[in-house]
Design a protein around this ligand. Structure first.
Ligand code: NDP
Length: 369
């Protein structure tokens, strides 16, 4: 099924006309159908690759944002995007002249969608230019980089968000509610895994310097996230194992797959695999009195979920549009972004990812407290 816009989906569902039963179970941001005609948040996408394409399409569906600018190292993309999205020349930058954006009052926020290892530099440069920032996941490639990014944004008086789109996605937020409200009692076990088959040797994700690591950095971050937000706790220790390398040429620099086990203070264990050698996209939680699960769970959807009480049925949203609108609303209101989407949240995940690598490398249980 195609990703529908929020409005068209709600109209299809009849929610806009007031379907109380479904609407009552939806997060408030899905139900807000009022048209907005105030000041929009002007966003410049930085790094025009595959995901920036999804974001650009999502931004066309937003009420509170405008795709106002671009930052690219590829001149032909500047021409193509300028035409496609009607972007004025004065809002087009490259990686060298980005700092001049400080003088551009028509850009409020830079959305960093570059390879992972470039997130730190471009976040800090955008912050110094006085722009708010959304940075894609993983926030950076080390926890200390995350700290530098947080400090730079704080010093510049700008806000920093991580592009955690699932924090605004109804199925995943239902998993969070079921876990944190202990609807089925205390969660004891979570299995959350994400993987796909990677085969392109030129892909930067296989280059350690640019990616910071393999599937753990790229995909595992979602599994760690889901464990943390479903339990509402921080893990206390981790054990981990690298999987076998079946393609030595492709995986010369980064792991092909990795499995890990997080232990949480409430007694839950979270076991996950992230991999580049097979497809998997699932979340499962077993609690004292029942279970809840999604599969697909983490990709762009549409998601499918059920609990021990039956099927779940939530709207399919444009994840990129909803995420950008919800962040924009907070920034436009001059309020502080909530913790769950902040740079601090990205730092916490990065600390855990680094501990997972250390556990796999050493074969030891690594304490996180
Ligand atoms: P792509 O490879 O498709 O695009 C990256 C872009 O970065 C390039 O097109 C290029 O844009 C720019 N770039 C600058 N320097 C380099 C370099 N040395 N090597 C490669 N690209 C370079 O990657 P994605 O769009 O898939 O990923 C970008 C970021 O977004 C990553 O951090 C990733 O983890 C995240 N992401 C998040 C997703 C989500 O669901 N939240 C999904 C997919 C990715 P240009 O030509 O304009 O200079």
């Amino acid at each position: 099924m195609k990703n529908l816009t929020r409005r068209s989906f709600l109209q299809n569902l009849g929610i806009a006309a007031g379907s109380a039963t479904v609407a009552a179970t939806l997060p408030s941001f899905i139900c807000n159908t009022k048209m907005y005609d105030g000041k929009k948040l002007n966003i410049a996408l930085c790094g025009l690759g595959r995901y920036a394409g999804y974001l650009a399409e999502g931004l066309q569906e937003t009420q509170f944002c405008k795709l106002a600018g671009i930052v690219t190292g590829t001149p032909s993309k500047a021409v193509e995007w300028k035409k496609k999205y009607n972007i004025p020349d004065k809002n087009i930058y490259n990686y060298k002249n980005l700092d001049e954006i400080i003088n551009n009052k028509d850009i409020d926020l830079v959305y960093v969608v570059l390879p992972n290892a470039m997130h730190k530099e471009f976040t800090i440069r955008a912050a110094k230019a006085g722009k708010h920032i959304i940075v894609e996941k993983p926030m950076a490639i080390t926890e200390s980089d995350c700290k530098e990014m947080i400090t730079a944004c704080k010093n510049a008086g700008v806000q920093l968000a991580v592009g955690y789109r699932l924090h605004y996605e109804p199925y995943n937020m239902e998993m969070k509610r079921l876990g944190q409200e202990k609807v089925f009692g205390q969660v004891r076990l979570i299995e959350a895994s994400l993987g796909y088959k990677s085969g392109d040797p030129s892909e930067w994700r296989l280059n350690k310097a640019l990616a910071g690591g393999g599937p753990l950095m790229n995909l595992g971050v979602y599994c760690v996230q889901s464990n943390r937000y479903v339990l509402g706790e921080e893990p206390i220790s981790v054990t981990a194992q690298f999987g076998p390398v079946t393609n030595k040429k492709l995986f010369a620099e980064v792991e092909e797959s990795i499995t890990w086990q997080l232990v949480f203070p409430g007694g839950a264990v979270g076991t996950s695999t992230s991999t580049y050698n097979c497809s998997i996209d699932r979340f499962f939680a077993s609690a004292e009195n029942g279970f809840f699960e999604l599969s697909p769970a983490i990709s762009y959807g549409p998601f499918k979920g059920r609990t021990s009480n039956g099927e779940l049925n939530f709207p399919v949203t444009n994840q990129q549009a909803v995420q950008c609108d919800e962040i924009a609303k907070v920034i436009l209101a001059n309020k502080q972004l909530p913790e769950h989407i902040s740079g601090e949240e990205g730092r916490k995940d990065m600390k855990i990812l680094q501990a997972i690598y250390e556990a796999a490398r050493t074969g030891r249980k690594i304490s996180l407290v």
